[in-house]
Design a binder for this molecule. Structure first.
Ligand SMILES: Nc1ncnc2c1ncn2[C@@H]1O[C@H](COP(=O)(O)OP(=O)(O)OP(=O)(O)O)[C@@H](O)[C@H]1O
Length: 250
C-alpha cells in the first residue's frame, strides 16, 4: 500500500463532557478534493485543528507523507507543507492584494519586519502569477478592504499557495460569498489548486458545493467518521439525508 499524503491514527480528544474526536483514523490520498460534512458540533473543525497542530490530541497521531507531525508546532507543520485557510480570510485588509502575497512570501523566506521591507521582497513575479491563478491579477494593487468577499477568499487561497503547500485544509471556503458567485469562486479555487498540485480537504455545509466540487466526501458525526464515499453515494445515503441534510425521507 502506498503512503497516503496525510494519515490520522486513532485521534481522540475531549472537551469536558464532549468528545470532539473519537478514535478518528483517516487516509487522505494526494490529488483529490475531500469534503468533510456533518451536523453542527460533530468535530469537523476540531479535525482540521488537530491536523494543523493548533490542538494536540490526547491520543493518536497525525502523519504527513509518512512522518509523525503530531508533536510539531503549527508553524513547523506549515513549513512541512500543510496549509490552512479559515472561514474568515486572514488578510491585512488595509494592504493591497499583492502586498498580502509579498508578506506571505517574506514569511516563507523568514524575512524580518516584512511590512517595513515590502520593496525588498524579490518574489513579485511569482506572487503576481499566483494572483493570476485565482483570477485576481486585475485587483493586485487594490486594498483588500475594497474587494468582494469572493475576491478576498480567492486572495486568501493565493496567500496559502504562496507557502508552497502540498495539502490545504479549508473551513467553509465559500461561506459569506454571495450564493450567485459561490460556484464560480469554488471553480477558480479548485482549478488553482489543481494547477499548483495541491490536495485539499474542506469542511462544507453547502451540499451543492460538495456535489459539484468534491471528489470524495467524509461524514462526521459525534466525533467519528460515520461514512465515506463519492458525492453521489454520500448525498443520497438515508443517514446523511436524516442527520446532515435534514430532509424527511419519504
Ligand atoms: N476549544 C474548545 N473548548 C471546548 N469545547 C470545544 C472546543 N473546540 C470545540 N469544542 C466542542 O467540541 C465539539 C466539536 O466542535 P467542532 O467545532 O469541531 O464541530 P464542527 O463539526 O466543526 O461544528 P460546526 O459545523 O458547528 O462548525 C463541539 O461540541 C464544540 O463545542
Amino acid at each position: 500500500m502506498t503512503t497516503p499524503l496525510l494519515e490520522t491514527r486513532n485521534l481522540t480528544i475531549r472537551f469536558g463532557g464532549v468528545i470532539a474526536a473519537n478514535d478518528v483514523s483517516m487516509r487522505i490520498e494526494a490529488g483529490r478534493n475531500l469534503a468533510i460534512i456533518g451536523p453542527n458540533g460533530a468535530g469537523k473543525t476540531t479535525f482540521l485543528n488537530i491536523c494543523t497542530g493548533w490542538i494536540k490530541p490526547r491520543e493518536g497521531q497525525v502523519l504527513f507523507e509518512g512522518l509523525d507531525i503530531t508533536p510539531l508546532p503549527p508553524r513547523k507543520i506549515v513549513a512541512r507543507g500543510v496549509a490552512r485557510a479559515f472561514q474568515i480570510p486572514q488578510l491585512f485588509t488595509e494592504h493591497t492584494a499583492l502586498e498580502n502575497l509579498l508578506i506571505a512570501a517574506a514569511a516563507r523566506e523568514g524575512l524580518r519586519n516584512p511590512l517595513q521591507n515590502l520593496h525588498q521582497i524579490r518574489q513579485r513575479d511569482e506572487m503576481m502569477h499566483l494572483l493570476e491563478m485565482v483570477n485576481c491579477a486585475d485587483v493586485a494593487h487594490r486594498v483588500v478592504v475594497e474587494l468582494s468577499e469572493g475576491q478576498r477568499k480567492l486572495i486568501d487561497i493565493a496567500v496559502a499557495l504562496a507557502l508552497k503547500p502540498r495539502l490545504l485544509l479549508m473551513d467553509e471556503p465559500t461561506s459569506g460569498v454571495a450564493s450567485s458567485q459561490k460556484h464560480e469562486v469554488m471553480e477558480i479555487l479548485v482549478g488553482a489548486l489543481a494547477q499548483a498540485g495541491v490536495t485539499s480537504v474542506f469542511v462544507e455545509h453547502d451540499m451543492g458545493i460538495v456535489s459539484r466540487h468534491a471528489d470524495e466526501v467524509a461524514v462526521w458525526n459525534t466525533g467519528r467518521v460515520q461514512l465515506r464515499g463519492t458525492p453521489a453515494e454520500i448525498l443520497e445515503h438515508p443517514d446523511v439525508i436524516r442527520d446532515v441534510i435534514g430532509e424527511e425521507i419519504a
